[in-house]
Ligand binder design. Structure first.
Ligand SMILES: Cc1cc2nc3c(=O)[nH]c(=O)nc-3n(C[C@H](O)[C@H](O)[C@H](O)COP(=O)(O)OP(=O)(O)OC[C@H]3O[C@@H](n4cnc5c(N)ncnc54)[C@H](O)[C@@H]3O)c2cc1C
Length: 369
């Protein structure tokens, strides 16, 4: 490896999305030095309408990110619909609130907070080689530079090329991952908020319509394989457009992605030599709602705290393994699918206010059913 930089950072953080940036914020609060590395420039060229839950809002505040800086707009309540769109209920509950954000703007704002706290960042470069030694880790970047760190937080997304370099199985290698089919479109000006459409079958299937003014995104989370997922999505969106639930623009070409929803719960380990897997790379996405921003940030936050303890411990690697119990106690319930068959409860969801509140809280607050 050529041209090594002399300084050894406490943390090398690969990926400056919500997981990496929140980890950097927490690391700096704990007086650790942190270097973020991302192959993209920020703001990332992927604007997308998204929602952030109340837990996410609280964590943003703890990082030092204000709604105004993220150009976030608050929404209140949630509307639940049946799959045939014939029944619906508005769930009004003061706890049900959140932010609507443009992800390009939000992710950039969170990264800027980390930089203001004096985290460093190298953007537009990839990690191409990783050496995990007895004293430190060294990453060779695509521009030829070598950077050193004591602990590496891997936050580079579901396929995580860096986890492969570190010989750890990332979420993308798990079998039976869910699919997320989605389409973004400009609709007529609509009330801001979330509409959640509950699938008719026992297996979890959910469609979410994010309405951020004219900008809207319909996404469907399903355990079905890609082709079947796309057929279900097409059938649903055509029926929804015919019934006036969606404008015709919503029938544009959808995109299908593998989703790590709930995958963290099935993974054997998130710990490698001097490394921790966080965010999508570690499968930290809520199984029911496909919410990933808060779980990504929280896993990064917990990982930075684990690393801080490990850097003071007699045996760094032993302390890194405590990441497992730390995230299990703080996040596992949030990530789990509600332990119930929603298809059986369907009539009650639209007739019994307590039942609709429980479903809405499971979706938006990650509460146990
Ligand atoms: C269609 C869709 C809609 C969604 N909507 C929502 C929503 O409304 N609300 C919500 O909470 N969640 C939503 N999610 C989930 C959420 O987007 C993710 O869970 C979240 O972005 C994960 O954050 P992260 O930091 O782990 O990864 P990312 O945000 O994916 O960041 C990973 C970063 O790593 C960088 N990288 C990759 N490889 C390398 C490398 N080799 N070297 C350096 N850098 C590298 C990438 O450039 C990228 O910037 C949605 C997901 C999908 C697919």
């Amino acid at each position: 490896m050529a041209r090594a930089l002399r300084e050894t950072h406490d943390l090398l953080i690969v990926g400056a999305g919500p997981a990496g940036s929140a980890a950097a914020c927490r690391a700096r609060q704990l007086h650790l030095s942190a270097l973020l590395i991302d192959r993209e420039q920020y703001p990332r060229p992927r604007p997308c309408a998204a929602w952030i839950s109340p837990a996410g809002i609280e964590l943003c505040a703890a990082c030092g990110l204000k709604a105004r800086a993220a150009k976030a707009v608050e929404f209140k309540g949630l509307r639940l619909h049946s799959w045939d769109l014939k029944r619906s209920v508005d769930v009004k509950d003061p706890q049900l609130r959140g932010w609507l954000v443009d992800r390009a703007v939000f992710d950039h704002a969170l990264l800027r907070v980390a930089l203001r706290k004096k985290a460093e960042a190298l953007l537009g470069v990839e990690v191409q080689e990783l050496r995990l030694g007895e004293d430190q880790a060294a990453a060779r970047l695509s521009d030829g530079r070598v950077v050193n760190g004591k602990v590496v937080l891997i936050a580079d997304g579901i396929d995580s090329p860096t986890a492969q370099l570190a010989n750890i199985a990332a979420a993308g290698t798990q079998g039976h991952l869910a699919r997320c089919v989605s389409v973004e479109f400009e609709g007529p000006k609509a009330q801001r908020g979330l509409k959640v459409v509950i699938g008719p079958r026992r297996v979890g299937q959910l469609a979410t319509l994010v309405r951020a003014g004219r900008r809207q995104r319909l996404s469907m989370l399903t355990p079905e394989p890609g082709r079947i997922a796309e057929e279900h999505f097409r059938a649903f969106s055509q029926a929804a457009a015919a019934g006036g639930f969606l404008p015709p623009q919503a029938l544009a070409s959808p995109v299908t992605r593998v989703s790590p929803a709930g995958a963290a719960l099935d993974m054997d380990s998130h710990v490698g030599k001097r490394c921790l897997l966080i965010g999508d790379a570690g499968g930290f996405v809520a199984a029911f709602s496909n919410e990933g921003v808060y779980p990504a940030m929280k896993s990064g936050w917990i990982a930075a705290e684990t690393a801080a303890r490990a850097l003071k411990a007699p045996l760094l690697q032993d302390e890194l393994t405590s990441f497992h119990t730390a995230w299990q106690s703080e996040l596992a319930d949030y990530l789990r699918m509600p332990n119930t068959d929603l298809s059986l409860l369907m009539p009650l969801i639209f007739s019994n206010p307590q039942m609709s509140q429980r479903v809405a809280r499971a979706f938006l607050l990650g509460q146990k059913f």
